[in-house]
Ligand binder design. Sequence first.
Ligand code: FAD
Ligand code: NDP
Length: 530
Amino acid sequence: MSVLSFVKRSAGIACRTVTIQHRKSLNNIRLTSIRLFSSNGESFEYDLVVIGGGSGGLACAKEAVQFGKKVAVLDFVKPSPQGTKWGLGGTCVNVGCIPKKLMHQASLLGEAIHDSQAYGWEFENPQSVKNNWSKLVESVQNHIKSVNWVTRVDLRDKKVEYINGLGYFKDVHNVVAILKNKTERVLNAKHVVIAVGGRPRFPDIPGAIEHGISSDDIFSLDREPGKTLVVGAGYIGLECAGFLKGLGYDATILVRSIVLRGFDQQMAEVVKASMEEKGVHIKMGTKPKSIEKLEDGRLLVKYAFNDKPDEVITDTFNTVLFAIGRNALVEDLQLKSAGVEVIDGKIDVDRNSKTNVDNIYAVGDVLYKKPELTPVAINAGRIIARHLFNDSDEIMDYDDVATTVFSPLEYGCVGLSEEVATERYGADNIEVYHAYYKPTEFFVPQRSVRYCYLKAVALREGDQRVVGLHFIGPVAGEIIQGFAVALKSGLTMKVLKTTVGIHPTVAEEFTRLLITKRSGLDPTPATCCS
Ligand code: FAD
Ligand code: NDP
């Protein structure tokens, strides 16, 4: 194969002019030396440059090369205020979904070890069973490193050029990468995708940045977290406090307003109560005021209730973890140079994920008012590539995105909360079916079933189209994923009720929903199999 035909094939630019400045050998071809010419004669070094090598950016880049495009991905991680750094792959892989799920699993295993005794497992000294934090961190970090490595190999195999550099815009078609050695490299691109994600926010109180940590640090913490204060009651706050408690550490959450804003609030209250039952201390209506480091290394935290701001409460902790939301990483991008507009620190896009600038797209957590979830970023990233390079008119569907809070008793949901459905359709036009249930496997170890609860929110008319499903219990994520497909396919209560369940599972509870809230009947079952 000639050098030219190789380049044409691998860059997929058969119908365009290709100039090669260096024709040394096949192995020595540097993609940067090839210029691509568009039909109107404009020439670009790359078809696509993606800024940000996380869930959305990598998905977009890998999809784009399938269409034979020449693609580069820039990824750069600035250390956290505590100095934590990580490799390629973005938040989810390094400091998000993956380490979180592993620590959640570690915590669930602790519960399983406890339960196993009732099932006949014997331990010489059950009281001595404890989690070894440094071993857990080592296992989690080893897994992450293997994913980092596989990601690099995958990019190389797929011929996506990976550049470990911090990107910023020189203008609409030129992105500059600041490389590790502080040199700059300009990448000229026909299209640019912004996929820079976000990083944890810290509150503006004394000692927060100096002594606090965030989700960026917890999964690689080189010491036991010990007694931990978590500030914030969104996904991250509840999940971290939940697994820390499950691993044997004292955990307290400061909640300034409500738990799980944006979620169905009845379900949020059940999640909160189930966490309290497991021993997590939850302080409602509170805000931290300051953190000081004591001589013995512990952290002295001052906080107050919102309605009594002058009555300062003090407590000491080994760790303070802030989980108060995340800022999109737009500052370094020099967006003004390309004319990309920012709203409330985020980037707005049209239905094709295009920003206000014609050749610049954005995806993932950097987006204004879109769910900050990995599968959302991945799907949208792939759709951008297909739109740009395969004439696809598919658009990203941000409705009815299923999600799960991996609290000790998980909460999975898809569709509308009861309050949003009520607001949208009117209380008289919706029917809410609900039930408490008893997972069979909870009986033997006498685990609490008090908070195993689910509900379906449906329209009242006709076959009762289901607009929201909510489930609290074991493996909620696995359960809701399947029901999300049904809901997106137009699930009705009629269909749900005629679906035969799989017994004994917890998922079958959705097929057994008969009691409406409106009826006022008791939604607690007498036995497991009635
Ligand atoms: P990211 O994955 O954050 O990737 C952006 C990348 O771009 C980063 O590597 C960043 O360093 C880099 N970058 C930034 N600026 C530049 C620049 N100027 N130049 C070059 N590179 C740059 N989602 C779920 O769906 N399920 C979960 O269970 C879940 N758990 C989570 C748990 C935690 C603790 C956290 C923090 C998040 C969790 N998420 C979860 C959310 C999920 O991680 C994000 O939605 C997802 O990673 C967003 O992908 P992204 O591509 O937008 O950004
Ligand atoms: P969230 O926005 O979900 O929650 C932030 C929490 O911090 C809220 O309880 C908020 O309270 C509180 N808060 C905000 N500012 C302050 C402050 N100054 N002082 C005290 N409390 C404050 O952010 P997270 O950091 O938990 O998560 C970020 C995103 O990451 C999520 O939206 C989610 O999309 C994604 N994620 C997904 C997960 C999953 O899929 N399982 C897991 C983890 C993260 P208030 O309600 O009053 O504003």
